[in-house]
Design a protein around this ligand. Structure first.
Ligand SMILES: [Zn+2]
Length: 269
């Protein structure tokens, strides 16, 4: 995405009396400190200034391209009561639970909750009527790996069908679609190599979420950035994509990279 002519070093000087420290930490994200609040500012195609606190407590501001740093400063100062209250609320929350992949623990497959149980067999299987997911009785790492292999197979079989449907429908072709555990993203697209990566964790969410992320990544083959054209294409191909995005945000699951249970959240560059 273009840097769009913002010059943080000049604009920061306007706010020098607020002791603002600016540095560019990515192509279009700036790290700031205003009134003792650390925040990340992103300039993007939005109509209004927006404030968001991620589950990890990071304060993010989305700003329309032409916003001045003084406006951002004002905006953050106006909302500092809310930000501090929200941060205190987050800090008071218990630390996320670590998944043990053991008997009685709840895990999710395609949005449905299953009670884990271990058995003497080497296979992972589900008992749909009892809502049970059986794992081999091995150590924690191996149980996690067995579940990941099972999720991988589950995703692979759905993806084959989804790709057969979506590639001709959208008139695109890709060279490779890989599934792997990802910590901060649900998917990525290498436009030049026409390769897509999808998060293994999507197997835990309702199937519409996998479809939405797949279509999202395929739309990047037409449009690199998350701009109005991108969202017009999303609306055209998958009119209900926002419903799936909400499901993704609110359905729980485990991150295999960290081993932590977490609520869904959609972080996409
Ligand atoms: Zn994207």
């Amino acid at each position: 995405m273009a840097f769009d002519g913002c010059k943080p070093e000049n604009r920061a000087s306007i706010l020098f009396h607020h002791a603002v420290v600016a540095k560019v930490c990515a192509i279009h994200t700036h790290s700031y400190s205003i009134a003792g609040i650390e925040l990340e500012v992103q300039f993007k195609s939005v109509k209004y200034l927006r404030l968001r606190i991620t589950p990890s407590g990071t304060v993010q501001v989305s700003a329309p391209w032409k916003t001045s740093w003084a406006e951002i400063d004002n905006f953050v100062q106006q909302h500092q009561g809310w930000i501090k209250a929200k941060q205190a609320e987050l800090a008071a929350r218990p630390a996320p639970a670590v998944a043990e992949f053991t008997d009685g623990e709840t895990h999710y497959l395609w949005g449905r909750a299953y009670a884990l149980a271990t058995h003497a067999k080497p296979d992972v299987m589900t008992d749909e009527s009892a809502g049970r997911l059986w794992l081999p009785d091995v150590d924690r790492t191996q149980r996690s790996q067995a579940l990941q292999r099972f999720f991988h197979q589950q995703m692979q079989s759905r993806l084959v069908l989804m790709l057969e449907h979506w590639c001709p429908k959208m008139g695109v072709s890709i060279n490779k679609c890989s599934i792997k555990s990802m910590k901060t993203r649900w998917g990525s697209c290498n436009i030049k190599q026409r390769r897509i990566n999808l998060s293994l964790e999507l197997a835990q969410k309702p199937p519409a979420c996998l479809e939405m992320v797949l279509v999202h990544e395929l739309v990047h083959l037409f449009e690199r950035g998350h701009n109005p054209r991108f969202y017009r294409l999303m609306d055209y191909f998958l009119p209900d994509w926002r419903v799936a995005e909400m499901q993704l945000k609110h359905s729980p699951g485990v991150c295999f990279k960290t081993g932590l249970f977490r609520p869904g959240n959609f972080e996409e560059p």
